[in-house]
Design a protein. Structure first.
Length: 387
């Protein structure tokens, strides 16, 4: 018999979420749990401290939960024949041709060797193209030269999202092309930048801005009207908060960085969305991809795509690849579940074995690379609610 969510379990789920909501912890959240046709939504707290109540269709910045969406759009364009999975990106991204690679990741920018091969679309999807965040750069006493150079170019790819600071896509990719890679293509997993590069690749392949690629290939066919790189409905957008030793501090107002179209639609961390939009995306993958993807594409996106050697180089912490690996732009757990989290306060977990989706949207920035307690508690409560 198919799993179901019990009434008692759903009561405990609400109580679990409520424990985390306060002006000092998380001003508001939406927690959605779906199993089969059952959908339970808890909208708790307020969009800002002292502000209006959170409702089911409140909008949140989903940051890196953007990444699986970008992967799905990439696979859609592959199915259209506009790009190839194992095709070098040089044809559409000549800025990334003939790469140079740092001898040492923390070394000077001119101490390089030639790349052993071209970067492919697969490298970007698996985050193995040779550039991105690695745990070593955050443990360094001094900023690496490549990190400083990336910051000067306003790439916003080795740190938090910055939709109003990034330049237009052509300037962005040209800037990235002036920097050496940190590792050889295919050598190791590096976080984030691959999805941002995919956004430029998709736009050039389709001859449309990335926002249009996502709208026409995913958002309209799947019924995701509130997902995009900005929103004009500031009254529905949660205020973003950064935790500090002195309490929560506003990091972005509803009329701030996500209230107008960005020059660069960041495929790595740029979207805003709602719980129901993300459920529609999850259910498409659970049901085999129709009407936007084939089953083969969904299978590739949601299964382990890394080699043991790539994982051995490390992830975002010493236990990053414990009980999980990486598919296309998202984590894949040993249990068969998949999904990814957004550092501005979101988590998105999809479990095909139990036909279960768990979405938690908050406006509190993560304090570490690990999933905050509220997300872990709601996910645990969702599994405990299964009969």
């Amino acid at each position: 018999m198919a799993p179901r969510l019990t009434s008692a379990g759903l009561e405990r789920l609400r109580a679990t979420a409520e424990r985390h909501v306060s002006d000092e912890q998380i001003p508001g959240l939406v927690a959605l749990v779906a199993c089969g046709d059952q959908v339970q939504v808890e909208a708790l707290g307020r969009l800002s401290v002292g502000g209006t109540p959170v409702v089911r269709d409140s909008i949140f910045r989903i940051a890196s939960t953007t990444k699986p969406v970008t992967a799905a759009a990439t696979l859609a364009l592959i199915e259209e024949g506009l790009i190839g999975l194992d095709e070098p990106v040089d044809r559409l991204l000549p800025e990334l041709a003939a790469r140079r690679v740092l001898r040492r990741m923390d070394g000077p920018l001119d101490d390089t060797v030639p790349a052993i091969r071209a970067i492919t679309t697969r490298d970007l999807l698996t985050f193995t193209f040779g550039f991105g965040m690695v745990i070593e750069m955050f443990m360094s006493a001094e900023p690496w030269p490549v990190v400083t150079a990336a910051e000067q170019l306003h790439l916003a790819t080795l740190g938090p999202p910055d939709p109003q600071g990034q330049p237009d896509p052509h300037t962005w990719i040209a800037g990235l092309g002036t920097l050496p890679l940190l590792a050889q293509p295919g050598q190791r997993w590096m976080y984030n930048t691959g999805a941002s590069v995919l956004g430029v690749l998709l736009a050039r392949a389709a001859g449309q801005p990335l926002a249009e690629v996502l709208r026409t290939r995913l958002f309209e066919p799947l019924g995701m009207p509130d997902t995009g790189f900005w929103t004009a409905q500031a009254e529905r957008l949660a205020t973003a908060y950064q935790p500090t030793p002195d309490g929560l501090v506003v990091s972005d107002e509803p009329t701030g960085a996500w209230s107008q179209p960005p020059a660069f639609g960041d495929g790595g961390a740029g979207l805003v969305s709602t719980a129901d939009d993300l459920l529609a995306f999850a259910r498409t993958l659970l049901r085999g991809g129709a009407p936007v993807l084939s089953r083969e594409s969904v299978r590739a996106m949601t299964t382990d795509q890394l080699t043991a050697a790539q994982k051995a180089q490390g992830g975002l912490g010493p236990d990053f690849f414990t009980a999980r690996s990486w598919g296309f732009c998202q984590a894949v757990l040993d249990s068969g579940a998949f999904g990814w989290d957004g550092g501005l306060g979101s988590s998105w977990l999809v479990d095909p074995t139990n036909d279960l989706t768990v979405i938690v949207l908050t406006q509190r920035t993560f304090e570490t690379s690990g999933l905050p307690q509220v997300h872990r508690d709601v996910q645990a409560a969702a599994y405990a609610a299964l009969d």
